[in-house]
Design a protein around this ligand. Structure first.
Ligand code: GLN
Length: 382
């Protein structure tokens, strides 16, 4: 039987495609974003302990209280916002589940959702499944900043939600306090919900401050903030994250979460609760940890024909490859993987319509030095 597809524009994600291609061609995989180094030992031990102690049955649907309380304390500490651990925090199966739950719970058929291109590839399918329409507003093609005038023009009486992402995947661009001020003015007097994807919140460089929407009471009242344990604790495969939203929004999100996922891997919830409480230095030092990786990798790229763009935050390095090839990015990344042995991610899948002639690829530097060295050795030969 050939079903009518509900997602005609969707194939297999570019991250899956490139990782498979990397395996087939023994390429160094700087494509899909995941660290290749260890999870903190304390976290691994806490997980093992939780399993051995029998914390293996369903957790409460919203997350175990100890974890939600640890998240609330961390949120107050990092962003100065006191959130209610019982009614405003929901533990989810990674950031993606939180995004899906929020879209399905809060966006209605016929609504419009504004996304800023390039945007993460799961946003639009979630919007489509909610029966809504994605309205794409392009970011600046050079520095990936937001043109707020374009956003203002895109807002209509049907706009139900605006989705933002800082630090930004794929570019690493970050919102400034000025962006937040403009955004606040733009949304004032509307009933537009903000979904703020902040999964790279602790990976920020050069003394910058992560402008979480949680720092801003007026915005936080209308915002779903999405966070990821995978990004912060080097365990993307555990698929654990959470969202913070005012009670009324959280109550709706939980109506979807309880049927979509119900509850997350319980032993890891106990482990994260201990890790957050006992080792704040891990997330506090994450920016510095990745900054040295970024700096080393960028210095190495100087010896290649790839031109690195600035990286304010996150763990991706965009490179301009126009000195090497005039191929469109998808073809170039395929060639780089299969012929040159380094997997990268093209930017075009992050766009409704990519800027003409854009020759950029995304490389993930959340890797051991040996992995990055092996990649650079291959890149330098091109
Ligand atoms: N967030 C990851 C990235 O941007 C991909 C995650 C996935 O493959 N689902 O590379």
């Amino acid at each position: 039987m050939q079903p009518t597809t509900k997602l005609p524009k969707v194939g297999t994600t570019i991250f899956t495609v490139m990782s498979q291609l990397a395996v087939e061609h023994q390429a160094v995989n700087l494509g899909q974003g995941f660290p290749d180094f260890s999870v903190p030992v304390f976290l691994v031990e806490a997980l093992g302990r939780a399993v051995r102690e029998g914390k293996n049955q369903y957790a409460p649907m919203t997350g175990i209280p100890a974890l939600r309380q640890a998240i609330a304390a961390k949120t107050a500490r990092c962003y100065g916002r006191v959130v209610n651990a019982d009614s405003e925090i929901t533990v989810t199966g990674g950031g993606s589940e939180a995004i899906f739950d929020a879209l399905l719970a809060l966006v209605r058929s016929g609504d419009e959702v504004i996304v800023l291109d390039p945007c993460y590839d799961c946003y639009e399918p979630a919007i489509d499944l909610a029966g809504a329409r994605a309205v794409h507003v392009p970011l600046d093609p050079v520095d990936f900043s937001v043109d707020w005038e374009k956003v203002r023009v895109a807002i209509s009486p049907r706009t139900r939600m605006l989705m933002i992402n800082t630090p930004h995947n794929p570019s690493g661009a970050m919102f400034t306090a000025d962006d937040v001020a403009t955004l606040t003015g733009l949304l004032r007097g509307t009933d537009i919900i903000l979904l703020s994807d902040e999964v790279y919140e602790h990976i920020v460089f050069d003394g910058r401050r992560h402008e979480s929407m949680l720092r801003y009471p007026e915005l936080a009242e209308r915002t779903v903030v999405v966070s990821s344990f995978g990004k912060t604790y080097h365990c993307t495969g555990w698929k654990m994250g959470y969202c913070i939203a005012p009670s009324a929004l959280s109550a709706e999100i939980r109506k979807v979460h309880q049927y979509n996922n119900f509850c997350n891997f319980a032993p890891a919830q106990w482990a994260f609760a201990e890790m957050i409480e006992q080792h704040p230095e891990h997330y506090e030092g994450l920016g510095e940890f990745y900054e040295s990786k970024r700096d080393r990798f960028r210095a190495q790229l100087e010896g290649t024909h790839f031109q690195p763009l600035p990286v304010p935050g996150g763990y991706f390095q965009l490179v301009n490859y126009s000195a090497i090839s005039d191929l469109p990015d998808a073809e170039f990344c395929r060639w780089l993987t299969t012929e040159k042995g380094v997997a990268a991610i093209p930017l075009s899948p992050f766009y409704e319509s990519p800027p003409a002639g854009q020759r950029l690829a995304r490389l993930c530097f959340a890797k051991n030095e040996s992995t990055l060295d092996a990649a650079i050795e291959r890149l330098a030969r091109i």
